[in-house]
Design a protein around this ligand. Structure first.
Ligand SMILES: Cc1cc2nc3c(=O)[nH]c(=O)nc-3n(C[C@H](O)[C@H](O)[C@H](O)COP(=O)(O)OP(=O)(O)OC[C@H]3O[C@@H](n4cnc5c(N)ncnc54)[C@H](O)[C@@H]3O)c2cc1C
Length: 403
């Protein structure tokens, strides 16, 4: 079998989402070139907006793009929980540290804008990856029939990652929950101030978070029903579902959903996750191939950490690679340079695994507490949460360190 690729690259990042672009930027800041292969034909940002806690902002500071994003995203200072079932209004602690919500396209664009020209190659769908037994480099096969040799491969290709699959890791199915997300523009300003609001009625929960003085991000979480399958294909159907879901909610919420920006809508019909016990026991590296972002630690979105953890991955991975390799880039060739890269990837995984294990466990228990019908398992989840995560905002104070 002919294994050699058509071209040769030092570092290839598969996937140009938040993690892939952040990793390329972190490497670039350390003077290391990489190539990002993205299957879409252009930059793609699914899911309207992203909530970022202090740990995410620290990583963005290291990447040198935080101040641009802070410019528009207003800080969230307080939270309120409203249960419509028993008319109970409670304060919702948001922690004392930085919390803001940014438009996903703004985040993706600023990461990409800071990369050298031609770092991202669009329309490059990686379909398989194999180790070349002769050169011991990795050969990536693309959908268009071309192939590429890489000394280092970083899989940032999301929850259904081809690269994770190759290194023996797969995400698990599905929490029984679906989420509609979108934002609403208020040309004359909104009245939500700088408060995060969570409103619940029966199984439906609506969260809203001001992004700017004129824009509010919102999400609706509810039980997944199988006929929802066709909804994700149509913005109109997603909008109809969102409006129907909030029909018994207060006027300001109904208005917000009815007046949303149709193109911002996104429907997540199932939520995949990397089981915490897999994070603990799997190695996440084969040779010089590893993973980052959702390909490493897909987690339920209930503690809003998947994206922030991806940014942390980027900083740590670039730091570890730079520490072990020359500033001019990974030296091509075999032997000692390959060993150095493997050591760097092991250092990255050693640092990241305890962190993402805790995040993944916290979001898993949180999801199970709300998802599971068994009262006994729910009780166990609550007890574990109280023991392990008594400081519910502790994870947002994490500092991934300097680049
Ligand atoms: C409902 C919901 C709400 C969320 N809210 C938050 C939040 O508020 N805060 C937060 O921090 N996180 C949140 N997250 C998590 C966050 O969105 C993810 O953790 C983050 O987007 C992961 O980034 P990524 O780059 O790893 O993956 P992705 O964003 O999925 O990017 C993967 C990229 O790889 C490309 N790709 C895939 N396969 C291939 C291939 N074979 N070849 C080439 N390219 C490929 C894709 O086209 C895509 O561009 C939420 C998630 C969900 C589902």
């Amino acid at each position: 079998m002919q294994m050699a690729g058509d071209t040769r690259e030092n570092i290839v990042i598969v996937g140009g989402g938040i993690c892939g672009l952040a990793t390329a930027l972190a490497l670039h800041r350390k003077g290391i070139r990489s190539l990002v292969l993205e299957r879409s034909e252009c930059l793609r940002a699914t899911g309207a907006a992203i909530i970022l806690h202090a740990n995410g902002w620290r990583a963005l500071d290291q990447l040198g793009v935080a101040s641009y994003l802070r410019h528009t995203a207003i800080p969230i200072l307080s939270g309120q929980f409203n249960s419509l079932n028993n008319n109970k209004l409670q304060e919702l602690p948001v922690g004392k540290d930085e919390l803001r919500c940014v438009k996903r396209t703004d985040l993706i664009n600023i990461l990409a804008d800071n990369l050298p020209h031609n770092t991202v190659r669009f329309g490059s769908d990686v379909v398989s990856i194999e180790l070349d037994p002769i050169t011991s480099s990795t050969v990536l096969q693309l959908q268009d029939g071309t192939s590429l040799n890489a000394e280092v491969v970083i899989g940032c290709d999301g929850v259904n990652s081809t690269i994770s699959h190759m290194i023996g890791v797969t995400t698990k199915n599905i929490f029984n929950v679906c989420v509609v997300r979108g934002f609403t523009n208020y040309p004359d300003g909104h009245d939500f101030g700088s408060e995060f609001k969570l409103t619940k009625k029966d199984d439906v929960q609506v969260g809203l978070m001001p992004m700017t003085t004129n824009r509010v991000y919102w999400f609706i979480t509810q039980k997944y029903v199988s006929q929802d399958h066709k909804i994700s294909k149509s913005q109109k159907l997603i909008g109809d579902l969102a409006v129907a879901s909030v029909k018994d909610f207060p006027g300001s919420i109904k208005e917000m959903v009815e007046n949303c920006s149709l193109e911002s809508l996104h429907f997540s019909e199932y939520l995949r996750y990397q089981a915490p016990w897999d994070i603990l026991r799997k190695s996440f590296r084969v040779g010089t191939v590893t993973v980052a972002g959702d390909a490493f630690h897909a987690m339920a979105p209930f503690i809003a950490q998947g994206g922030a953890a991806s940014l942390e991955d980027a900083v740590v991975l670039a730091r570890c690679l730079a520490r072990k390799t020359t500033l001019a880039g990974i030296p091509s060739g075999r032997g000692s340079s390959k060993m150095m890269v493997e050591e760097a990837l092991d250092e990255y995984l050693k640092e990241r695994k305890p962190r993402v294990l805790r995040l993944s466990l916290q979001s898993y228990l949180f999801a199970k507490m709300h998802d599971i019908s068994s009262k006994f398992i729910k009780f166990i989840c609550i007890v574990l949460m109280m023991i392990l995560f008594s400081d519910s905002h502790g994870h947002t104070r994490y500092d991934c360190g300097s680049l």
